[in-house]
Design a protein around this ligand. Structure first.
Ligand SMILES: [Mg+2]
Length: 502
């Protein structure tokens, strides 16, 4: 009703990849999940790239079940599921032999048993899978500096601009698959595409043990016949909503004009339609342990006034300290960074940044302490000319040890400071940083602060909690997480939602 469908439902397309659509259709029907879909924020495609984006999505085949079959030869060739066998048990992963019977992950175990009476249940060993995952991610890291883990067995690798060094993406993928096979004895399927969503669908389509590259000019034809649920982020509820509005395939969505879409399903539909057309500008978000935190700003006008500079330093120091405390870290090195207002050399890099650093005898997460040390560095710098940029950084990070215990022995001033910091953090968490002004910070506000979230920094919302059932990261140690330890888990294993994994 919403739009003239470009592809009538289920007609056989001359495109050989329509088999992909059929397979995804059957898979999506099996993997309905109860939670509503979460659509990632959509940014407009305006940034110009030096190289065309190349994304690789690597996804282990039937990961848990394959590990079990590798380690227990008696299970090879048999329909195996990892999961609880009890009345409330759920299938966490199913071998390909089990999938032939229609057994899928997230399915109740009794239903799996009904479909396949000879099914072999394995209780599973999360600690083992986590170890295996770490080994596999170490291999992923060899192929790209930007690896984004989606779960224990699945990751995006950004290959953008790496062709000269690494060779064509297809060759990189072949080498990666070989390396994983040699190191782990397991199969990984790989999809390559110009955007994340296409790479992810391509790896699903290539399974098992496959490799599929979708070139830039093939994206439209590749996506068009797929069911609306194939969009990464559209769950069962969203899929139903789109179908109720008359959309069956991505091609129909992509071909529909914006106004009709908005009337039919709202702004949400407009975003989905862009994705359906292959417009996905989500980038690979690599996670790295932070090595340093910093805040800086560029002044609206050049500044030499000492009071303004010191107030700016305090604002930045407070902000850095807040982030340290949030991530339970302390810093041993304080860095002051500035950029002179006078051009030093011709060209765009004519304003090189200057910095000075100091190492503290005791690591700190206190803003006043960071500010005091940074002010000392400012005094030592003996600035003769105005600056256009001022920043404060913290390096030499170490984890804060047992703060609750040390509070009892802390000298009164230190305890007061700790209490104050905690109060500041609470206000900041509740009302945002704008709510915070210490008396001497007024002038720094006028300097036009740029609060930036640094890439790779630990954030509360760091992990993509998308519709794909994120199951922890390779950094998750099973020892730290009792829920990951099957010893504590009796019969019920959490369903590992291996969405397209077949
Ligand atoms: Mg998988």
């Amino acid at each position: 009703m919403a739009c003239e469908p470009r592809h009538k439902s289920r007609t056989v397309s001359p495109n050989p990849r329509s088999r992909v659509a059929d397979r995804l259709n059957s898979k999506l029907a099996m993997s309905d999940r109860s939670h509503p879909p979460e659509i990632p924020p959509f940014r407009s495609e305006s940034d110009e790239r030096e190289f065309p984006q190349v994304i690789l999505h690597a996804d282990m085949d039937a990961f848990y079940a394959s590990v079990e079959q590798r380690d227990r030869p008696e299970l090879r060739g048999k329909p195996v599921v990892v999961g609880g066998e009890g009345s409330r048990g759920v299938v966490a992963a199913a071998s390909y032999e089990a999938r032939k019977f229609g057994v899928r992950s997230a399915m109740p175990s009794f239903e799996a048993r009904r479909l396949c009476p000879d099914l072999v249940f394995v209780r599973g060993n999360m600690a083992l899978y986590a170890r295996e995952s770490r080994r596999i991610f170490e291999i992923f890291d060899e192929f790209s500096p930007r690896v984004e883990g989606l779960s224990l067995d699945e990751a995006f690798l950004d290959l953008t601009g790496s062709e000269r060094l690494m060779g064509p993406a297809r060759d990189v993928a072949a080498r990666l698959r070989k390396r994983v096979r040699e190191a782990s004895g397991l199969a990984v399927s790989v999809g390559i595409g110009p955007v994340k969503m296409v790479a992810k669908i391509a790896s699903a389509a290539s399974k098992p043990d496959g490799l599929l590259e979708v070139a830039h000019d093939e994206v439209g034809a590749f996506l068009a016949p797929l069911p609306v649920r194939a969009v990464w982020g559209v769950g069962p509820v969203g899929g139903e909503r789109l179908r109720a509005a008359g959309f069956e395939t991505l091609g129909q969505l992509a071909a529909c004009d914006t106004e009709t879409l908005r009337r039919a399903v709202g702004d949400w539909g407009v975003d989905i339609a862009r994705l359906a057309g292959g417009e996905d500008i989500r980038e690979v978000e690599a996670y790295r342990e932070p090595k340093s935190y910093s805040e800086e700003n560029t002044f609206a006008g050049d500044v030499l006034d000492r009071e303004t500079l010191e107030a700016t330093i305090l604002t930045h120091a407070e902000s850095v300290a807040r982030r340290l405390r949030r991530d339970k870290l302390k810093a041993r090195v304080v860095v002051l960074k500035w950029r002179p207002s006078e051009r030093q050399v011709p060209g765009p890099r004519g304003y090189p940044a200057r910095s000075r650093r100091i190492t503290l005898t005791e690591a700190t997460d206190d803003g006043d302490t960071l500010a005091r040390e940074a002010r000392k560095l400012l005094a030592k710098a003996r600035l003769q000319e105005a600056v256009r940029l001022m920043g404060v950084g913290a390096e030499g990070l170490e984890s804060r040890e047992a703060p609750q215990l040390s509070l009892f022995d802390a000298p009164p001033e230190k305890k007061r400071r700790t209490d104050l910091n905690r109060a500041l953090d609470e206000i900041s968490d509740r009302f945002g940083n704008a709510a915070l002004h210490r008396a001497s910070q007024g002038s720094a506000e006028r300097a036009g602060l740029s609060m930036q979230i640094k890439r790779g920094e630990k954030l509360d919302e760091e992990r993509p909690n998308d519709d794909d059932g994120f199951e922890g990261s390779p950094e998750d140690s099973p020892e730290d997480n009792p829920e990951d330890n099957p010893e504590d888990n009796s019969e019920e294993i959490e369903a590992h939602d291996e969405d397209y994994d077949d």
